[in-house]
Write a protein of this length. Structure first.
Length: 276
């Protein structure tokens, strides 16, 4: 048994929360699960072999909030990056039946992780939590954060270095960090070809290996977009989801090399040094 929230119920809860924000309700009160009787909209999926404890969810959400706050993220984009690691770390052991259920993710966003939702996506529109109709789950805040963590976790070491490597490299080079969030959302979380974690990780490894592909702020100068397009074309000819974990890194490396070999000007593919 685990908690769920239907689309209709989620929209009702979100509207109440938006009203509370507009009325400047005290934040501690706004975060309470019983606020305005909102917990009455929560239902439960009764699957005998599955049990998810609500108190554990709230405890974990609070622990993640404390951990992330202690790292002092500079902005909401870095906050999401940090949440990716901790959210996956804390939630990865939840039974797959719940993790594959959109109604469970709606509940997580609007109840235990309400504070994160309110900070990262303060407008609380339907796309943020999974309300309305027709929205893709990978665009909802909670699933995309979890996927970011899942695809960057090293299965051997249990570390999440790939979730943060781009920020470190850009900071070391004195580059802005504005393109980082788009890189992970567009190339790691949402693409069909990166559904295989080994492909996603090899893509990150290749982008961050010398010569590093540094995106500039201008959308016309995003070499990682060209790299991603090349991998997408590769996926049309090679079933990457069935490729071996040992063979995937070589495929991605060769894709990057091919881009370099075919470039008329090396700087047309890679951007090194400082931004102009």
């Amino acid at each position: 048994m685990y908690p769920i929230l239907s689309t209709a119920a989620a929209d009702l809860v979100a509207q109440k929360l938006r009203d509370g924000k507009d009325a400047k309700v005290r934040h501690e009160l706004w975060l309470q699960k019983e606020y305005e009787g909102l917990d009455s909209h929560v239902k439960f999926r009764d699957i005998t072999e599955v049990h998810v404890d609500i108190d554990d969810l709230y405890f974990n959400a609070n622990q993640i909030s404390i951990e992330v706050a202690s790292l002092r993220p500079e902005n909401k984009f870095e906050m999401e990056e940090l949440y990716a690691e901790y959210m996956h770390q804390y939630l990865m052991e939840i039974p797959y039946q719940a993790l594959q259920d959109p109604a469970f993710w709606r509940y997580l966003a609007l109840f235990p992780f309400r504070d994160y939702l309110g900070l990262r996506e303060p407008d609380l529109t339907a796309l943020r939590y999974g309300g309305g109709s027709g929205s893709s789950k990978v665009r909802w805040l909670l699933p995309r954060t979890f996927i970011w963590g899942r695809k960057t976790r090293d299965s051997k070491s249990g570390q999440y270095e790939r979730a943060h490597v781009l920020r470190k490299l850009r900071t070391d080079e004195g580059l802005s960090t504005g393109t980082i969030i788009d890189f992970y959302h567009s190339h790691i979380v949402r693409t069909a070809w990166s559904a295989n974690t080994a492909v996603a990780q090899s893509f990150i490894d290749s982008v961050t290996a010398e010569p590093i592909l540094f995106d500039l702020e201008a959308t016309a100068n995003r070499p990682t977009n060209r790299m991603a397009s090349a991998v997408a074309r590769l996926s049309n000819n090679v079933l990457l989801e069935y490729a071996t974990e040992t063979g995937i890194p070589d495929l991605i490396k060769r894709t990057k090399q091919s881009l370099k070999d075919n470039a008329l000007d090396m700087q047309d593919i890679i951007s090194l040094g400082t931004e102009e």
